[in-house]
Every structure is written in C-alpha cells, then in structure tokens.
Write a protein that binds this ligand. Structure first.
Ligand SMILES: *[C@@H]1O[C@H](CO)[C@@H](O)[C@H](O)[C@H]1NC(C)=O
Ligand SMILES: *[C@@H]1O[C@H](CO)[C@@H](O)[C@H](O)[C@H]1NC(C)=O
Ligand SMILES: *[C@@H]1O[C@H](CO)[C@@H](O)[C@H](O)[C@H]1NC(C)=O
Ligand SMILES: *[C@@H]1O[C@H](CO)[C@@H](O)[C@H](O)[C@H]1NC(C)=O
Length: 479
C-alpha cells in the first residue's frame, strides 16, 4: 500500500477580524462548501471511527469517536484499488464535499472510493469532554497525522480494499503543509508582504490609499475630535477614547482593520457558496475599487467604507475590537461556544506548535506598526495561561521545525498547489523542488481555489492546474 499526498497550502489561516474571520479561521469552516446542490441526508455518508486519544502513550487506552464520511459510488467494485482521502483541517468536515469538488471529478475518472476524515477537536470530532487547556494537550498536528495513519489502516480492512490499494490524500491542510513549509522556518513577516503585493496588483494607488488611510487613522487617534470621528466612521462598539491608554485594544483595532484586507486576500476568487460564503463575492478588486474611489472622501473614509462593507455582509452591527471581549470569548472551553467552531483550537495550535502570527513587523508598513509579535504572545498567555510565554513558544516552534524538517527530506509523491494571491504562498514551496514533488503555482487565485468545482469564470491558469493535477494522479496510479 502506498500513500500519495496532494498538499495544498491553502487552509492555513491568518489574522482577521476575530468576529468575522475569527482570529485564525473563518467562521463555519475554512474551506467553505463547494457550489451546487447540497446533500439533504448527511447520514448517507457520515460514519464514526474509534480512535486513540493519545497515540504516543501506549499505556493510555482511552478512545473517542472520530467522524468521517465515505462515498462508495465511484469505486471499481472488482479491483477496489484506489482510495481518495480528503484530510480535514481546522474546521468542520462537511458532507457536501462528498459529492462535489474537483476531487470528486478525479474520483469518477479514476474509480476511487472517497473518504473524508474530520480533524480531531474540530467539527463533531470531540476527543475530550471540553476544550480546557489541559484537554487540549491532545490537540497537535502529530496526533492528527497519527489519526490519519490509523484511519487508513483500518479502512483498508473495513471496506475490504485491495492489498495493492493506492491512497491519494487531498487537502493535507496544515499538517501536510508543514512538512514543506517548515523548511523555510516559521516566519510570517512575509504574510502581510503578500497582502501588500495583492493590493498593488490592483494598482499602486490602492496600496498607497490603504497606507495613507491607516496613517490617517493613527493621527485621528491622537485627539478627542479624531477619536469621535473614528467611533462613528468605523462603527466601533466601544468608544475609542475610553481605551486609548490600553495598547492591547489599540493593537486589536488595527489588527482588525488590516485583517479586513488579509481575510479577503486569502479567500480571493474561489467559488465558495453556502453557509460560510458570506462575503464570498468581496474580492481584492472590490476593496481596491473602494480604496481608490475619491468620491468617498479621504483615504481613512475609504478604509471605513471597506469596513462597512464587511460588517454589513457578515451581519455585524458594530466593530467589536475590544481585547478583553476577544480573550473572554476565547477562554470559553464549552463545545457549545462560538469559539469552539475552531477559533480556540486553532489559536491553541498556533500558541503551542506553529506560532504563525501575522505581525505588522513587515516593513514597509501599510497597516501601521501597532500589532507587534508581543501582542500575539500576550494573547496566548491570556487565553491559555502564563506558561504560554515567548520562551515556550520559541521552544515549541523549534520542536515543530525539527520534527517536520526531518520528515521533509522524505517528501515525494506530493504536489504543492498555491495561489499567488493567497498571502500564505510566501511560506510555501512555489517552485518545483524535485520530480516527485512538483509545485503548481496558480497565478491570480487564492487559497484552495483549485479544490472547488469548476466555474465558467475561472481563470485559464486555474483550469489548467486542475487538468495538471488530474494527469499527475493518473501517473501516480499508473493509469
Ligand atoms: C454580494 O452578494 C450580495 C448578495 O448576493 C449582494 O447583496 C451584494 O451587493 C454583493 N456585493 C458585491 C460587492 O458584489
Ligand atoms: C464611488 O463612490 C460613490 C459614492 O459611494 C459611488 O456612487 C460611485 O459609484 C463610486 N464609483 C465607482 C467608480 O465605483
Ligand atoms: C460559554 O459559551 C456557552 C455557549 O455560548 C455559554 O452558554 C456559556 O455561558 C459560556 N461560558 C462562559 C464561562 O462564558
Ligand atoms: C516563561 O515561563 C518560564 C516558566 O514557566 C520562565 O522560566 C521563563 O523565564 C518565562 N519566559 C519569559 C520570556 O518570560
């Protein structure tokens, strides 16, 4: 049995408006749902699998139920020798993907059995009774990778797959990506650089307007009249004059405004639709058209117009930028809480494994310099406890680098797919490193765009990438 991977550096998330893009991921799942009719009866595809809680402690025999989906419609019933696995990332797995998406087209072509495994601690896969910091110790990319290995072994038996079955894994999400991307060392200063480049790809005028707008907002912050103006035009839930002495609130405010652009850049021009598709038609072009529209007024007013557009489309009454309200929400350990949709879990992984904080330390600055790295370390400590300090984080990142750096040498049968607009491409491999691990770099698309079903509006290079991936799968399967 061989396992092949299609790694997509796509579902990794950045910094966003925490209510809209939820500090690390989009509310309702990062990938969104594919276009088309939705499945009415999820039970046709939904299954549960008994999984170990701790793969690295043999004496710990505790187990839990991990959710997966299976679609057996396309399998070659005689040979049973091709299996596709969609690896769940930091969001809920959805049945919609079992009948839609580019991978289903590949499955039809290559007669594959299709599985989707939900990532532990996300969606309905709850290994522990709540999300307390103590219980979150079992949330790590290594445990998730071990989940996948155990799952694949077990499915071979449960579904009586051939001894020569070839598995092709899609998505990969962050665990897969890590292998490739950690070689570059975790450094995320590049993230906002790509956001810059995206804005510039519309026009220099757009980039300049964002920069000037941020600078104007900083100036307004310095006096009473300006503060009142900010309250009004940015629809702040709490008056900014009450928090000017609290650097955490100010950092959070500026991070949120920058996040408006980062979030949109990350999801630019994919074919999302459905529950998580709010704002799906808001692209960098839409934002830049506002930023360069002089009729709206000075640049800071245009920034406010962008903010308005996002608040309206995500149905938020006002901009909640208060640091404490974010931290309080993030501290909720209940599976019923809003942050259990992934915000808390993803933040935990960020604080304990990855550390990719999209800081504003990148120069030259478009978004001001109000949210440095310390701001993010402070969040880790305030949410998970004072142990999660800078020393801890540095050690954790070093450990992750070592683990995946070693794994990376073995990487083959992998395709790396990126969109140039996705800020995360800065961290990924965008040039072919070797024959076994080619890279496909799709100009003008955002994260994950190639995973969505085709649309007439797709850029030609996106269509070409889908074909290229299909051929690659064919070559791996020897078909
Ligand atoms: C996006 O779609 C919504 C609802 O379909 C519509 O009301 C809105 O005007 C659209 N926005 C843009 C920027 O096209
Ligand atoms: C510029 O903004 C004004 C006022 O909101 C609007 O009426 C106009 O259509 C916009 N122009 C462009 C080119 O988008
Ligand atoms: C956590 O969230 C749940 C569900 O929204 C809520 O009922 C509960 O009061 C919250 N707990 C705390 C401590 O805020
Ligand atoms: C972090 O906490 C540890 C103990 O928990 C302590 O030894 C270390 O000095 C702290 N580091 C920083 C940067 O405060």
């Amino acid at each position: 049995m061989r396992l092949f991977f299609i790694f997509l550096l796509c579902c990794i998330n950045g910094v966003y408006n925490w209510r809209i893009f939820h500090n690390g991921r989009m509310v309702g799942g990062n990938l969104g749902n594919p276009k088309g009719e939705y499945i009415r009866n999820i039970r046709n595809y939904e299954r549960w699998f008994t999984q170990s809680l701790d793969h690295f402690n043999p004496v710990d025999e505790r187990t839990w139920q991990q959710r997966y989906f299976v679609n057996q419609d396309f399998i070659d019933t005689k040979n049973r020798n091709v299996a596709f696995l969609m690896i769940g990332g930091e969001g809920e797995a959805t049945a919609e993907w079992m009948t839609k998406g580019a991978w289903i087209d590949y499955a039809k072509k290559y007669q594959a059995m299709c599985f989707q495994l939900e990532h532990r601690y996300y969606g309905k896969s709850h290994p522990t009774e709540d999300l307390s910091t103590e219980n979150l110790q079992y949330l790590s990319s290594q445990q998730a990778l071990a989940d996948i290995a155990t799952f694949v072994e077990s499915m071979n038996e449960v579904y009586e797959l051939s001894e020569n079955v070839k598995w092709i894994a899609f998505g990969g999400s962050y665990p897969g990506s890590l292998a490739a991307w950690l070689r570059q060392k975790i450094s995320t200063f590049e993230y906002f650089k790509v956001v810059n480049d995206d804005l510039r790809s519309h026009s220099d005028e757009c980039l300049t307007a964002v920069k000037q707008g941020s600078a104007q907002a900083e100036i307004l912050l310095r006096h009473m009249v300006g503060q009142r103006t900010l309250n009004k035009i940015f629809r702040l839930c709490d008056p900014v004059e009450t928090v000017v002495d609290n650097p955490l609130d100010i950092s959070n405010l500026f991070e949120t405004l920058a996040g408006n652009f980062a979030g949109v850049a990350q999801y630019n021009k994919d074919n999302r639709i459905g529950k998580s598709s709010k704002g799906a038609n808001i692209t960098i072009d839409v934002l830049c058209d506002i930023m360069t529209n002089q009729t709206i007024g000075p640049q800071v007013r245009r920034l406010a117009a962008v903010n308005d557009l996002l608040l309206n489309s995500f149905e938020e009454k006002c901009l909640d930028y208060k640091y404490d309200s974010m931290i309080n929400a993030m501290r909720n350990v209940s599976w019923e809480s809003e942050v259990s949709e992934g915000g808390r879990q993803w933040t935990y992984q960020t604080c304990s494994e990855f550390g990719f904080f999209q800081t504003s330390t990148y120069k030259p600055q478009v978004f001001g310099d109000k949210f440095p790295i310390d701001f993010f370390v402070q969040q880790c400590m305030d949410i998970f406890g004072t142990n999660f300090n800078m020393t801890f984080l540095n050690k954790a990142i070093e450990r992750t680098n070592t683990l995946y750096g070693a794994l990376d040498i073995e990487v083959s049968n992998v395709v790396f797919v990126h969109g140039t607009v996705d800020p995360w491409h800065a961290l990924g491999i965008t040039k072919t490193m070797n024959q076994g691990a080619p890279a496909i770099y799709i100009k003008g698309t955002a994260h994950c765009a190639n995973m969505y079903p085709e649309s007439d509006k797709d850029l030609p290079q996106l269509k070409a990438a889908r074909v290229e991936i299909q051929q690659l799968i064919g070559s791996w399967l020897d078909l």
